[in-house]
Design a protein around this ligand. Structure first.
Ligand code: BGC
Length: 804
């Protein structure tokens, strides 16, 4: 017995030793290949200041002389050529890949680096070129809020998510938000923000829809350009992502999007094209997926022919994190920088150059683009960042932007705005725990999130105690599920505590004590997984019952019920929307969420948001749904670290390893209009507390521009803003084309009751072209076009024909 016990102990001991050894080797491998493999390339910062002929400069290479590249009176191009001529081939190749993920996971020495920054452009110490920091993301900066041995906090502002910003249809406001984001980046020492996300919302289930703007490329393009211009006005860069057709998260690293050339050009590339032409972003991020068999990061057609030759993009392209496969193919195609960079990539690049596969010319082309960015960066200008952004003023911008992007879906008999000082019964866990944004790299480490409860309290409403106590008890009973995931875990895990099941007695009590019920329905999704229909796109049974029973209890007392949707993408509304009196689509509103919602509910702000994506009656009504993953499977941590392996050809699974975009150009309202399908809420839809009249439509053609002007009058009783949407339609078309397509839009000023504003649009004639697959070129169909001006895609108020 004793002997057997001893043997078991020995085996166990050996097993433990092996395990520890395997762990140590694994850790060493990961550390030396992914974290710190840059020992010889530590940033040099101690430059001497020299003065030559009255000009003072930093002697970056320490040669005691003024080099052309050290002279900031010279143009960037001249400086870059000079430094390029001084670089060794090793230094050049070194610059083509980042320094690993050390800073992304906060693994930097105290006082060095920026913990939480997703990656870097590496320094070239011999020549005194600095490290440039890259950080997520589309809704604000994502850096670590606390640092080792440091009492200071580094919280960032959680701005509203991309979908909400697009719902404002207000390019000036989006630019202002971008400006605040860029300012925050600059103050925290970040040189490039990894955003905005500009993929098309092809299907409601895409887990990252919240980061993206719209189902429509024009709305997406104009909003994206405004964001880029806003951020970059601070002298920090953007990385417009994910280029292109990255419309699902499932198997995103290997998925092959099979898309027609026409759909690519008219839908998936168009928004990027607009952003490039209107804003010339510093960088573009290639996506993980393949398009028609080639990784986008290895596609010369996408990165060189279309992006650079056709659109005249002047900036740099970086890969998505660990994206792409063949490093030589990536550089040759025009993907200049490999992020976040691994030791393996570095070695592969050196070998490819030695073997003659990677030419000096290709290396110089990419290095030149990277150097241009370095020279534009604040780091090269020696800007001393103080880690002191004005978070308070950014919170004000967030609050304002969020309320402007909320969409009032229903308002029966003027339920809203609410009278002041009412007793409000808040239902649903999310009312007490608002979701500021989605998960993954699009998340932000903000200092606080204002809940609906706090927002309503701040606006002078009384919070019904019964409703509140039910929530407290529920939270106590499920305390573990209410712990928010933190750090790396939060990247992959959506916080979604269980919903409350109210008894009829509880609802009746609340109905007798309070004057109105507000139910919040929350959804949280993000990077690494798509959503699914059951219990996500559709309401859960508990939520359905909550809405139904609350309506019964409150309506019995003649009291209204309002539903607030704190969601990042479309959810099903058709089956239950008749029950409540008002529905406010609040999206994920950023850190001031509760205040922004209260501003709308109280009437302090008149809603003026409009839908950037169609809310269909059923998930299956979206043509893309036949070709979209449905199981909602999430990426695992292992997948994230080791990457997804491409399956052998015969084992490839439809909608996972490859996805057919069979719907072609018929995405969103283009499809619903063509199929004459009823929808729950159409693209461009959104109510106001006031009404607007459109009149005096005049159209004319001046050279290559169509000029459209009209008068918008506020004919209701509230001050408010209207979104004027201009669609173009080609009747009797000889080709298969959408019934109508958005070509321009504007948000009016805040018009007082009775006030009017003249609005003018200039639409380039070339925007009416379609992609001709026979000639492989943009083509203008001659004939009569209808210019349709509306308040939504299905509420066209006036139209006029023009001859082209
Ligand atoms: C995401 C990018 C992000 C990058 C860096 C990737 O997983 O797809 O959007 O910018 O990580 O965090």
């Amino acid at each position: 017995m004793k002997k057997t016990f001893k043997i078991i102990l020995k085996i166990l001991g050996v097993f433990i030793i092996l395990l520890v050894l395997a762990g140590a080797i694994g850790w060493f491998y990961v550390k030396s290949n992914l974290f710190n493999f840059e020992e010889d390339y530590t940033q040099k910062l101690d430059f001497k200041e020299l003065t030559v002929n009255d000009y003072t400069f930093l002697d970056r290479n320490g040669n005691g002389k003024l080099d052309i590249y050290e002279d900031d009176r010279k143009s960037i191009n001249v400086r870059v050529e000079d430094v390029l001529s001084q670089m060794t081939i090793e230094e050049k190749i070194h610059l083509l890949k980042g320094s690993g993920v050390a800073s992304a996971i906060g693994s930097v020495k105290p006082g060095e680096g920026i913990p939480g920054a997703a990656g870097t452009i590496v320094p070239t110490p011999r020549l005194g070129l600095p490290t440039v920091y890259l950080s997520d993301g589309p809704a604000g900066l994502r850096i670590e809020p606390t640092r080792k041995d440091d009492d200071k906090t580094y919280y960032c502002t959680a701005f509203p998510v991309g979908t909400l910003l697009a719902s404002t249809w207000n390019v000036d406001l989006v630019k202002e938000v971008g400006n605040a984001m860029g300012d925050e980046a600059k103050k925290y020492g970040i040189d490039v923000i990894l955003g905005p996300g500009m993929n098309i919302q092809r299907n409601p289930l895409c887990g990252r829809n919240f980061e993206y703007y719209s189902e429509d490329p024009y709305l997406s393009g104009f909003i994206g350009a405004a964001m880029v211009n806003g951020i970059e006005s601070n002298g920090v860069g953007t990385s417009v992502k994910h280029f292109v057709a990255n419309n699902q998260e499932t198997k995103r690293k290997v998925n092959n999007a099979i898309v027609s050339e026409r759909a690519l050009r008219e839908i998936y590339l168009k928004g990027f094209e607009i952003a490039v032409k209107k804003a010339q972003p510093w960088t573009i991020m290639s996506s993980y997926n393949k398009v028609n068999g080639t990784y986008t990061s290895e596609s010369e057609k996408l990165l060189t022919d279309i992006l650079r030759k056709d659109w005249k993009f002047k900036g740099m392209v970086m890969s998505d994190w660990f994206g792409g496969s063949n490093v030589q193919a990536m550089i040759s195609a025009g993907n200049d920088l490999l992020e976040p960079g691994t030791n393996k990539q570095w070695k592969a690049l050196i070998k490819a150059h030695k073997d003659g596969k990677l030419t000096d010319k290709d290396i110089d082309k990419s290095v030149r683009r990277i150097l241009k960015l370095i020279f534009k960066s604040q780091k090269m200008k020696n800007y001393k960042f103080g880690n002191n952004p004005d978070l308070k003023s950014h919170a004000n911008i967030t609050r304002r932007a969020a309320s402007e992007g909320m969409v009032l879906l229903k308002n029966k008999e003027k339920t809203l705005p609410l009278q002041s000082k009412l007793n409000v019964a808040l239902l649903g866990v999310t009312s007490f725990d608002f979701i500021a944004g989605g998960t993954g790299s699009g998340d932000v480490n903000e200092a606080y999130t204002v809940s609906l409860e706090e927002g309503m309290k701040n606006a002078g409403y009384k919070i019904n105690a019964t409703a509140k106590n039910i929530f407290i008890k529920h939270k106590e009973a499920h305390s573990k599920e209410f712990i928010k995931p933190k750090g790396f875990n939060a990247m992959l895990t959506a916080y979604s505590p269980p919903q409350i099941s109210y008894t009829n007695a509880e609802l009746n009590k609340m109905a007798s004590e309070s004057q109105v019920a507000i139910i919040t329905i929350g959804r949280n999704a993000g990077e690494g997984g798509d959503r699914k229909e059951k219990d996500d796109f559709k309401l859960t049974l508990t939520e359905q019952k909550m809405i139904k029973n609350t309506c019964t209890a409150f309506h019995k007392e003649g009291k209204p019920v309002i539903v607030v949707l704190n969601v990042g993408s479309v959810i099903e509304t058709a089956s239950w929307k008749s029950q409540p009196d008002a529905i406010l689509l609040a999206w994920q509103e950023g850190q001031e969420g509760g205040n922004s919602v209260a501003d709308i509910l109280s009437g302090k702000v008149n809603p003026s948001g409009k839908l950037p994506m169609t809310f269909a009656n059923n998930l299956n009504d979206y043509a893309s749904n036949k070709n979209f993953p449905q199981d909602g499977k999430k990426t695992t941590l292992i997948d994230l670290i080791l990457g997804t392996k491409e399956a052998p050809e015969n084992d490839k699974i439809r909608n996972k390893d490859y996805t057919h975009y069979d719907e072609g150009i018929y995405v969103g309202y283009r499809q619903f209009d063509k199929d004459k399908l009823d929808v729950s809420y159409p693209f461009g839809y959104g109510l106001s507390y006031t009404q607007f009249k459109f009149s005096n439509l005049v159209t004319s053609q001046e050279n290559d521009t169509i000029k459209v002007s009209l008068k918008v009058t506020n004919i209701g009783n509230y001050t408010g803003k209207e979104v004027v949407q201009v669609y173009a339609s080609k009747g009797n078309s000889k080709i298969d084309r959408p019934i109508q397509e958005l070509k321009s839009f504007v948000k009016t000023d805040n018009l007082k009751s009775g006030d009017a504003q003249d609005v003018v649009f200039k639409i380039p004639v070339y925007d009416l072209r379609y992609w001709n697959e026979e000639t492989n070129a943009w083509t203008l169909e001659k004939g009569t076009y209808s210019i349709r001006v509306g308040s939504s895609s299905r509420d066209i108020r006036i139209k006029k024909e023009i001859e082209l």
